[in-house]
Design a protein around this ligand. Sequence first.
Ligand SMILES: Nc1nc2c(c(=O)[nH]1)N=C([C@H](O)[C@H](O)COP(=O)(O)OP(=O)(O)OP(=O)(O)O)CN2
Length: 170
Amino acid sequence: MTTHSITVEHNFETAHRLPHLEGKCQSLHGHSWRAQVTVSAPSLTGRNQLGASSAGTVVEFGRFKKLMREWIDDRLDHGTMLGLRDPLVGPLREDGCKVFVFGAEWEGGDWGGAQWPTVEAVAALLAAQAYGWLSSMWDDPMDTTIAARTEVTRVHVTETAVNAAVWEAR
Ligand SMILES: Nc1nc2c(c(=O)[nH]1)N=C([C@H](O)[C@H](O)COP(=O)(O)OP(=O)(O)OP(=O)(O)O)CN2
């Protein structure tokens, strides 16, 4: 069986802190995050208004990146990622800051523990969201660029040049 995959990337400037870990990560700090999302399909067979067809794409880069960029830029970029139990959530919000709360806005569920904004949890968060981006393309009957049985297979997130996490579908 063959697999076709595409990978797209986006960056975001976002603060976080991990008060449950010992050391410097307890202090609020920022990173230039990079997320690479890989989408795969067993064939390039897609659809058009007449039925099964092929645009020759797993998903069209531009459409998928638009969905990815809008979600990341709206919710994470130039904001702060915190855990639900972090006492900074209230004060930052009261001061008008953008805050994304792990364990609230996104609870993790089957995607793995997500109570704190570790790099691992950010990768799982984006994998879960990427399934939503694919669903919205699939639900659009005019979208002829998404192949059948597309899946999110890998999300690679870096917070620094030397720290990264990977979420991979089994
Ligand atoms: N498994 C994880 N471990 C750590 C995470 C994480 O998300 N997952 N996060 C942190 C901190 O957020 C911190 O930003 C990074 O810590 P650390 O690599 O120790 O710090 P530096 O980037 O300054 O390290 P260098 O010495 O510059 O390489 C901690 N652990």
